[in-house]
Design a protein around this ligand. Structure first.
Ligand code: ADP
Length: 676
């Protein structure tokens, strides 16, 4: 059962459209928010990773530098062993300096900081050669005072020493006191260049991607190592290098490319692509669902329409599959045969509504249909079905092949019409027609009875007089036999004539043959002429009949057409008689009609009189049954004539005759081929 899909009212439709669009907008916004979040998170993660890397590198670098400085202190301490002679000390110090690029000078100073020995780095020209060492002495003093105070290595604040090449070096003094038995015996002073300290202690790997520098607490840069600035994003980390006597900041700057990347990494790109794909798929799915819904609605409408149509039909519908099983019946069919759908559906042959005595014949007919696949005639065929109560009734079945969407035949669809009522009406009208015709014929006969007696008078009188004459002849002896023979022949002739008159009336009344057959038009006229002549003689009318040669035969119900001719001829003669026409003449003629249709020819019969014509008021009612202007008339003649002619497909018309009188014409179908 399909349900009827009701269309939404416009208000609701607007709301649902609005909701659908707002859902789509929400979905789009969510996906966009997701994308932005993913990009933002990825960028933040990338940033934090880069920052952490820099922090870690800075911490590593700081610890490297710290341990290098400590190691250096120990190595400087090793020079104590060479304190015996200044030269030896110098040579050892020079040797030590080969391993320490970061030192530019090592000095041995006495307890009052007087210079005892010194060694310069072999890697560069002597640093203090240009402006002298005295400029740096405050720093040396500062370091050594601190060293003395803490009895351990101490550093001085870094200071700048210009060089001959126009540049300069940021130097830091390290002072290591040596104390023997609680007494200060002297100092070893090592001068670091901060640049080389960075260069030697920071691994090349680190220096390649970042810039490492020593700065003061206020940010003033003291020394720098590493690459120059690359990219726009900078990640910085600072570590405090807290040395006894000096505190510096180790700063590390790592450069990255432009900021921020739209797709910071592959994952973001992947998420984006997948989101777009997801939205596209959702959109397509939504589109598809909407289209499906629309199609379903249309289908439901079509089904509801079809069901309403089938239920309202009075024609029974029945579908059968190729095995002859019933697959569908509509309510009208069930009502017609009296079986419910459950008793019919899925039922093969013999169907419950087949009369048992005809079941074999029907099964054969069905087998032939299934075997040949030939469709029955389009106009249908008649059959007999049986109702559930056993009553038989005639049906008209129109059958057509059932073709599915793939163009394959899946069975047969039949429209079944119960024609029992139609049959009953046909039967009734045929019976009443016959009764009417019989009555009309009898009426004609009644009229003729008087004519008959008048007509028979002549031959009977002739027979009587011939008989009397013969008797006289027989009484005379020697009467010639030849005369007697003539008299006898005349008697026989007159008796024959009387017999023919009686027979013509008898034939006319008794003939009940109703079949249509081809009849020569001349034969039709000849059949009625004896009866027409009966009346004509009584009324003194001259009868003319004109039938040209070579006319085709008429395809008609002979008896009925004769009746028409007789009625028209009788009316014509009566009209002329009533008007007391001088030399009344009746003309019966046949010719080919001007009316013609494709493949069909017509003959026209005309009954012409020279009577008074038909007055206007009579014309209106001429064909109305029981309309008559005659005292003893029945008023059925013309209406019967018209019925008969129209039953043959022809037309009955009348028109005035010139100079006077009336012409009645009617047409009848001719046989298809003209007779030779
Ligand atoms: P009925 O002959 O019994 O009167 P019809 O139906 O044959 O019934 O005719 C109806 C009437 O038509 C007649 O009464 C007559 O007045 C008129 N009529 C028929 N034929 C002619 C004719 N040829 N000329 C004049 N009047 C006619």
């Amino acid at each position: 059962m399909s349900t009827l899909a009701l269309p939404l009212p416009p208000g609701l439709r607007r709301i649902s459209t609005w909701r659908r669009w707002s859902l789509w907008v929400l979905l789009g916004a969510l996906v966009l928010a997701l994308l932005v979040t993913v990009v933002w998170l990825a960028a933040r993660y990338e940033k934090s990773v880069a920052q952490a890397n820099v922090e870690r590198d800075a911490a590593d670098a700081l610890s490297d530098i710290r341990s290098a400085l400590n190691r250096n202190v120990q190595e400087l301490q090793s020079l104590q062993a060479a304190r015996g002679s200044a030269d030896r000390w110098r040579s050892e110090a020079e040797q030590l300096m080969r391993a320490h690029r970061e030192w530019v000078r090592v000095e041995w100073r006495g307890p009052t900081l007087e210079l005892l020995a010194e060694a310069d780095t072999p890697f560069r020209s002597p640093v203090f050669s240009r402006f002298g060492r005295s400029q740096s002495l405050p720093e040396v003093q500062q370091a050594c005072i601190a060293a003395q105070r803490i009895s351990g290595p101490a550093y001085a604040r870094s200071h700048f020493v210009p060089q001959a090449d126009g540049l300069g070096l940021e130097l830091m003094e390290l002072c290591l006191p040596h104390i023997e038995a609680g007494r200060l015996t002297g100092f070893f002073v090592a001068t670091y260049t901060l640049t080389d300290l960075l260069a030697t202690q920071i691994g090349p790997q680190m220096g390649r991607s970042q810039e490492i520098s020593f700065t003061e607490a206020d940010g003033t840069r003291l020394a720098m190592h590493g690459v120059a600035r690359r990219g726009t994003r900078v990640f910085s980390a600072q570590q405090l290098l807290d040395l006894p006597g000096n505190t510096m900041v180790l700063r590390m700057d790592s450069w990255r490319r432009s900021e921020p990347d739209l797709f910071p990494n592959v994952m973001t790109a992947l998420v984006t692509v997948m989101s777009i794909a997801l939205v596209t798929v959702l959109f397509l799915l939504g589109h598809d669902t909407r289209r499906r819904l629309r199609v379903e609605e249309d289908l439901a409408d079509a089904l509801a329409f079809r069901k309403a149509m089938e239920d309202s039909l009075v024609t029974g519908l029945r579908a059968r599959d190729l095995q002859g099983r019933t697959t569908y019946v509509n309510p009208a069919f069930c009502q017609m045969v009296g079986f419910g759908p459950e008793e019919l559906l899925g039922h093969g042959s013999p169907a419950p509504y087949w009369p048992p005595e005809l079941a074999d014949e029907y099964r054969k007919r069905q087998d032939v249909r299934l075997a040949t696949g030939n469709a029955p005639p389009r106009e249908g065929f008649e059959s007999v079905f049986m109702r559930k109560d056993g009553n038989r009734f005639p049906v008209l079945i129109i059958e057509a092949p059932l073709i599915n969407a793939q163009g394959l035949q899946t069975g047969w669809m039949s429209a079944v019409l119960d024609i029992s009522e139609q049959r009953r009406v046909e039967e009734l009208s045929r019976a009443s027609q016959e009764r009417l015709q019989a009555t009309a014929r009898l009426a004609t006969v009644g009229e003729m009875a008087s004519l008959l007696s008048h007509e028979l008078n002549q031959p009977l009188a002739a027979i009587a007089s011939y008989a009397n004459g013969s008797m006289n002849l027989l009484q005379q002896t020697g009467a010639p036999a030849s005369e007697l023979q003539v008299a006898m022949r005349r008697i026989a002739e007159q008796a024959d004539r009387a017999g023919r008159v009686i027979k013509s009336v008898h034939d006319f009344v008794r003939r009940r043959d109703q079949a249509r057959e081809p009849v020569a038009p001349g034969a039709l006229l000849e059949a009625v002429l004896p009866l027409v002549n009966l009346q004509a003689r009584k009324l003194g009318v001259r009868v003319d009949s004109r039938v040209p040669e070579g006319l085709p035969r008429v395809f008609c119900d002979r008896t009925m057409v004769e009746q028409v001719l007789l009625n028209l001829a009788r009316n014509a003669m009566q009209a002329m008689d009533e008007a007391r026409v001088h030399r009344p003449t009746l003309l019966l003629q046949v010719r080919t009609a001007s009316r013609s249709e494709a493949g069909k020819r017509w003959l026209e019969f005309a009954v012409v009189d020279c009577g008074p014509g038909i007055p206007e008021d009579v014309k209106q009612q001429l064909f109305t049954p029981f309309f008559t202007t005659k005292a003893e008339g029945m008023g059925l003649g013309l209406s019967l004539c018209r019925t008969v002619v129209e039953q043959h497909g022809g037309q009955l018309v009348f028109e005035p005759n010139t100079p006077r009188g009336t012409i009645f014409r009617f047409t009848l179908p001719a046989e298809a081929e003209p007779t030779p």
